[in-house]
Design a binder for this molecule. Sequence first.
Ligand SMILES: Cc1ncc(C[n+]2csc(CCOP(=O)(O)OP(=O)(O)O)c2C)c(N)n1
Ligand code: SF4
Ligand SMILES: [Mg+2]
Length: 351
Amino acid sequence: MTYLAKPKLHHPKLPQNALGYTHRDYEGAVSTLCAGCGHDSISAAIIQACFELSIPPHRVAKLSGIGCSSKTPTYFLGASHGFNSVHGRMPSVLTGAALANRDLIYLGVSGDGDSASIGLGQFAHCLRRGVDMTYIVENNGVYGLTKGQFSATADRGSKSKRGVGNQDSPIDLVSMAILLGATFVARSFSGDKKQLVPLLKAAIEHKGAAFIDCVSPCVAFNNHPESTKSYEFVREHNEAVNALDVMIPREEITADYAPGTVELVTQHDGSLLQLRKLAPDYDPTDKLHALAYLQEHQAAGEIVTGLLYMDPKGEDLHDRLGTVAQPLNALGTAELCPGSAALDKVNAGLR
Ligand SMILES: Cc1ncc(C[n+]2csc(CCOP(=O)(O)OP(=O)(O)O)c2C)c(N)n1
Ligand code: SF4
Ligand SMILES: [Mg+2]
């Protein structure tokens, strides 16, 4: 596809956020994905979420693996740090970066092939370690970039574009994420910006491992009537358990609700989540109930979306390791090399 540069000039009266930035300041290069690909809608939702949170773009690091989904960081947050890693290896690169510089906001972008096949081990370990990040899987049930093979999240019985049936059981990434110890777990749909943007904002504000499985139809290879990851199927079977509104501590928090209709959850950083229950019996802080609910509804052919599990206290890898508050990459020689007397003391303590 021909590359079309975006014009640098924009209307002087574009809406600005608290930092004076416009949407344009959060955009990236022109997308080269297929027209109608769900992944482009997720990029648009990330741009909207970062704009609304007034995040300074230079404070974000976006990391990805390989796949159409992993190409998308080029199409948003053009002024942020970016690292396109090897297939399935984004989580370990992100973990290393987050340990070296805790001052950045980490966005991990991956695909269902990238995270549920070749990268399944990496996916598991960065969630159980509680790396402070927002990990997004753009889930289309196929390997889009390599022309539509079934991925490990494809539902049993769903058919490929050529009519071949998938015989294998699917991996449910949200249930896995909850079991592995992620402290914020959600599922959404690329075609539901109203649901996805607040989930992204809450995940970014969350301290610890936040995971979002976002069903994102592949229009080239998996958007036909016998696919369970098509726009039509997801719209028909989407069962949202709650609707979320996020208020951030940097702004005046005014909760406007009728008593009893919403639940208010305060996150570690003071952000307030206003949760409107759509499924009256769903409690996202009850891990066991969340797992049972997901299994039950999956068996009934429903795609449960919304905030599925959260531990509002949050905890991250830095807390567990007891690292210093200053980013490790900013420490000087004196802190990193305290001299032979200090080393002798450490050695003596180990004898
Ligand atoms: C080590 C390695 N193995 C295989 C490949 C080939 N490959 C490239 S992308 C991809 C799958 C991408 O699928 P997914 O992560 O679901 O992304 P999508 O394109 O569907 O968004 C594969 C198998 C590769 N690039 N590197
Ligand atoms: S092949 Fe599928 S996943 Fe890749 S850009 Fe096209 S529609 Fe999107
Ligand atoms: Mg895929």
